[in-house]
Write a protein of this length. Structure first.
Length: 328
């Protein structure tokens, strides 16, 4: 059996859809499907069982001999959540427990980290697995800090020859977009938010820049389609001899203006962009440029090409956002 925490969420539900076609193992989802949209992320899936996070450890203890792999994708992922104790309990403590359980029981563990560990990016985006390289990272919010805490603990285990799962990987996801993110509200990627603006008003609203190196709307992100994220996870699932922490991006930053223009093209509307002031509550946390270093993953042998921003947006808009059934 495969256990997927956060399996009803954005990345998790897309992984479940692909695993159904890829393997013969039974799939167990651990998540709260407690919103109008979130349950629909998995309504088409043939899952073995749905368990809630508060029952996870007990369920694992009763079924441990049947489990081959844990994909740990569940987390409090809001970058504006300020209940730090709650974030640490969900994003750090549970991760530590799963690491120990997988180590003791010879279970593969693939877990979600985040590009948020890199903070404002001033220290680069290097996914080298050393305590020294991690010492310069300064996350900007509790979410990023919680992911950083666990990555650092993993690095400590690995570099000090402590026991670890026979196969493990930590994935630092960059700016992921694609179907089944609708339940995330304001934490959705900018693609559906821009699409809604364009459909409702005929224009897209982008932030003005307060950094002289970047023109208005030319702030940059490493946007990656969720299908590429799933492709990497499936590849790691299949491999038996690869472990480490890896960036999950395309390695090519694009501007918010590029993204907005791609959406305009997909809906057949002439570009009309309005530049607005950046909200004061995000000024101190705002990143002007993110771009994943992908060399370490490539050196492991992952050779798949990434979906271009234009192709990814066109598929997302036409096959999902403009569909009567936008769920995968």
């Amino acid at each position: 059996m495969i256990v997927i925490t956060g399996g009803a969420g954005f990345i998790g539900s897309n992984l479940v859809a692909t695993l159904e076609q890829h393997c013969n193992e039974e799939i167990i989802i651990c998540d709260y499907a407690n919103t109008d949209d979130k349950w629909r992320n998995i309504s088409k899936r043939k899952i073995k069982e749905l368990i809630t996070p508060d029952n996870l450890i007990k369920w694992l203890s009763s079924n441990i001999s049947l489990i081959s792999t844990v994909f740990h994708l569940g987390a409090i992922s809001s970058t504006v959540e300020r209940n730090v104790d709650l974030i640490v309990a969900n994003n750090y403590s549970l991760s530590c427990n799963l690491w120990e359980i997988c180590t003791r029981n010879d279970i593969k563990l693939i877990y979600a980290s985040s590009a948020a560990v890199y903070g404002d990016g001033s220290s680069g985006f290097d996914d080298t697995l050393t305590l020294n390289s991690m010492s310069s990272l300064k996350p900007l919010n509790p979410y990023g800090w919680s992911k950083f805490l666990f990555d650092r603990k993993v690095a400590h285990y690995v570099n000090n020859q402590r026991e670890k799962p026979r196969k493990w990987a930590g994935l630092r996801f960059f700016n992921v977009y694609g179907p089944n993110e609708y339940h995330k509200g304001k934490q959705r990627s900018v693609v559906p938010q821009f699409w809604e603006q364009i459909k409702n008003t005929g224009r897209a609203r982008l932030f003005k820049s307060l950094n002289s190196k970047y023109a208005d709307g030319n702030q940059m992100r490493d946007f990656i389609h969720v299908d590429d994220c799933v492709s990497i996870m499936i590849w790691l699932y299949d491999k038996t001899n690869i472990s480490g922490i890896y960036n999950v991006g395309t390695g090519q930053a694009r501007t918010f203006e590029d993204m907005a223009k791609a959406i305009f093209k997909s809906v057949g509307v002439k570009p009309n962009i309005e530049y607005i002031d950046m909200p004061k509550n995000i000024l101190s946390q705002y990143q002007y440029h993110t771009e994943a270093k992908m060399e370490r993953l490539r050196l492991t042998g992952y050779n798949n090409s990434f979906i271009s921003l234009e192709d990814g947006i066109n598929s997302y808009v036409k096959n999902y956002l403009e569909s009567k059934d936008p769920f995968r």
